[in-house]
Structures are given as C-alpha cells and as structure tokens.
Design a protein around this ligand. Structure first.
Ligand code: CTP
Length: 413
C-alpha cells in the first residue's frame, strides 16, 4: 500500500464553497490524506464541522491556532499539493501580493509543492484587468490556474466563472501528484480532438451507435487546455460529462457530420487527436417516420448499410495533399480485441500503418475494459516503430502521456 499523499484543500469565501465538500470526499475516497484550510469567509458558506467530518482533521482559519505546533508553517511544508477551490478574486489577489494574513495564504507562501488554483467568480470579475493580470502573474510563477467553467452563475447570469465540477478538479490534482507539471508549454498551439461515439439514424427514434463515453477525449482536452493550448472538441454522443473548461465544443451526431467538422478545423490545427469511436457504416437511407414492426418488417429485418468516410485516413490524406499543414501531428486510437492468431497490439500496429497517422494509442477492449471506465492502459505506437507501454492509470493520466508522446514525436523530427 502506497503512502497517502497529503493534499491541502484551501476554500475561500464564494458560494461554490459547498462544492469543496465533494472535492474533499472524492480525494479522501481515493485514499489521500486531505486537510481543509478555509478562509474565515468560507465558513460563512460551509461550517467548520462539515470540513472536519469530511477530512478527519481539525479545521482552523487563523495562524494563531495550534501555535505550539507551528501550524501556519507545518501544513504548507508537509503538503504534496495545495488546491484552492473555489479561489475568489480576492484570494487570488492576496496570493499575488504574497500576503499571509490568514492560515490559507500563509500555507501557500510556505508550500514548495504544486499549487493549483481553481477560480470561481462572476464573469465581470474574471474578465477584470486586475484579475487577468493576477492570474497571469500566478501562472508565471508556476502556479496552475484552472480555467473556470462556462455556465450558470449565482443569480440569473451565465458566462465563464463557474467552479469546474469537483471530479474534474480531483482528476487534475491527481495528474499533478503523479508528476505531470502541466506548465503552459502548449500556449499558442491549436489542438483538435474528436470524442464520443457517432450515431447513424435508422429512423427518427432508432440508431446504430456504440458504447463510447467520451471520457478519454474529454480528458485529453482538459490536459491540453491546462498546458495552455487552444482546444476544439468535436463530440459525438458522450456520457453526461462536464464540458472541459477552456475548450470549445462542437456537437455532432453522425460520422459525416463529424467528418465535416474535422475538415473545417483541421487546417488550423497543430495537433489532431481522434479519440472518437466512429460508426464505420450507416444505413443506406434513414426512414422519415418510425418504422413499424408489421408494415416495415423488411426494412427492420434487413438494414442495408453503406460505408462512412474514414475521418482519420482522410485527414492524413489531406495532409499529404497540403490541405492540412505538413507539421500537424495526427494521433489515432485503436480499440482492439485480440483473437487466436493476432494480438490486440499486432492489430493496432497494422492499423497505424494502414491509417498513416503519426501515433496511435492502442488499447484492448471487451470484458469491462476501457469503454465507460475511469481507467485506461495500453501502448503508444509511433510511425517509426517505437512502442511505449502506457501504464494503467486514470484517463487523465493516460491523456498526459499521450501529449508527452506528441512532444517526443515532434522532438524526433
Ligand atoms: N476513425 C475515423 N473514421 C472512421 C473510423 C475510425 O476517423 N470511419 C478513427 C477513430 O477515431 C480512431 C481510429 O480511426 O482514431 C481507429 O478507429 P477504429 O474504429 O479502431 O478503426 P477502423 O478503421 O474502424 O478499424 P476496424 O473497425 O477494422 O478495427
């Protein structure tokens, strides 16, 4: 059993403070040691007793508690990661100024471990020049500042400023604890990601589809956004997942719609990652009204199919023709099952050669593996024959390794 990692969850005084309770629970359930350090204002939203019960540690807000244990220094020194969620505009400003006027800011000032700031505030405050400058300063200093989610805020307004969902924050914390630095070294890069599964209509209520959840594609989008990239997702059907903060999303249903969206965005992309599970065939025609068991027996018993475009192979072809820049790195996925003669890895190697992309993330599917699961594993295959094993990890951890592989692939050129 590995040692629990020590995570400090800082909570500042915004309405989203209640979501910190879910974050603490999520991190604790994964076996980590969590200590909550709220600001005094945070306790006007959530009581200390709640944080104490969830974390199993006493809670204080001031540097004058537990002075004999030098608490204001010790908590920061011992932490493996500090995450502040929600971080108000005020606490962000105090971090920039290097203040230590409560236990949370004192803890951050002492911490040498990764610090993750998860802002939550009204859109106007997020866009304010003071906040923009403060966030830029924190990022320059190596602090990881998550992009807020876009959506309903307190009151009637909608916009960027919402706290990302606790599971997204916990996933990010774990990626950082696993040693991925998430520095904004992909700033200025455009990344196009396909995610989820495409669906082909048989009639207005029935379709041919697959079990893809979209989790791996969304995790890739989140990690790329944290590394500073401008991310566009083309998403088919997905589980009900929070939209990755900092990414632009285009929803599509069919393979041809996905192909159209990729065709549009590919020429600007520096990196294209096709994590979607694409329906290879579609019914020759979709009925305009619901097919009936009696009257349409024939159409229901024998569905005639035609082949869909291969989006990945077409994109590689367009790069060959100069319609997509030659420097664009193209990454595919291969979800395979092995059989008596051929292993899943061999099928994936053949797929890499056939599709002509630069890298392929191969994994074995079936028997509860991968689709809809929180974890993934497999191999990263490069066009030059290199095979790197991707250890079992969360889809975010796998995403981080895929982006590292893209860097390694570029460095080889
Ligand atoms: N893909 C695509 N367009 C398709 C089918 C697949 O872009 N019409 C992409 C997927 O997004 C993935 C890769 O190609 O990145 C491999 O997908 P997969 O379904 O495993 O490949 P297929 O070509 O369908 O191979 P097969 O079904 O024969 O295993």
């Amino acid at each position: 059993m590995t040692e629990p990692r020590r995570i400090v969850v800082g909570v500042s005084g915004g309405i989203a403070a209640y979501k910190a309770c879910h974050l603490v629970r999520d991190l604790k359930e994964a076996g980590d040691d969590v200590r909550v350090v709220p600001t005094p204002n945070a306790l006007t939203f959530v009581g200390a007793a709640t944080f104490e019960a969830l974390s199993g540690h006493p809670v204080s807000t001031t540097v004058f508690d537990a002075v004999d244990e030098v608490q204001h220094v010790r908590i920061g020194q011992e932490a493996d990661a500090v995450v502040i969620a929600p971080a108000t505009a005020d606490v962000i400003a105090r971090l920039v100024a290097g203040r230590a006027d409560d236990l949370l800011t004192a803890t951050v000032l002492v911490a040498t471990c990764p610090v993750i700031v998860v802002p939550a505030m009204h859109t106007e405050m997020w866009h304010n020049a003071a906040t923009r400058a403060n966030v830029a300063t924190l990022r320059d200093r190596g602090v990881i500042v998550m992009e807020p989610a876009h959506g309903r805020l307190t009151g009637k307004d909608t916009g960027p400023g919402r706290l990302p969902e606790p599971e997204q924050i916990a996933d990010l914390v774990r990626v950082v604890l696993d040693g991925h630095e998430l520095v904004p070294d992909w700033a200025g890069k455009k990344v196009l990601i396909t995610a989820g599964g495409t669906q082909e209509a048989l009639d207005p209520v029935r379709f041919l589809g697959n079990r893809s959840s979209g989790r791996q594609g969304y995790a890739l989008a989140e990690i790329a956004a944290h590394r500073g990239a401008e991310v566009t997702i083309v998403a088919g059907a997905t589980d009900d997942l929070p939209v990755p903060s900092g990414a632009e999303i285009h929803r599509v249903t069919s393979t041809r719609e996905m192909a159209g969206a990729v065709e549009k965005h590919a020429p600007e992309a520096d990196v294209i990652i096709m994590a979607a599970a694409v329906a290879d065939f579609r019914p020759v025609s979709a009925a305009g009204s619901k097919l009936k068991k009696g009257a349409d027996e024939d159409a229901l018993m024998r569905v005639e199919l035609v082949e869909n475009p291969d989006i990945l192979a077409t994109t590689v072809e367009r790069r060959r023709n100069g319609e997509v820049p030659a420097e664009t790195v193209i990454v595919g996925f291969a979800a395979e099952t092995g059989d008596a003669d051929t292993t899943a890895l061999e099928y994936a190697q053949a797929k890499l050669a056939r599709k002509g992309c630069d890298l392929i993330m191969a994994n074995e599917v079936g028997e509860g593996k991968v689709f809809g699961e929180d974890r993934n594993r497999g191999w990263l295959l490069a066009a030059d024959g290199a095979v790197t094993e991707v250890a079992d990890g969360s889809k975010h951890a796998v995403a981080a390794q895929i982006l590292d592989a893209v860097d390694a692939f570029r460095a080889r050129d």
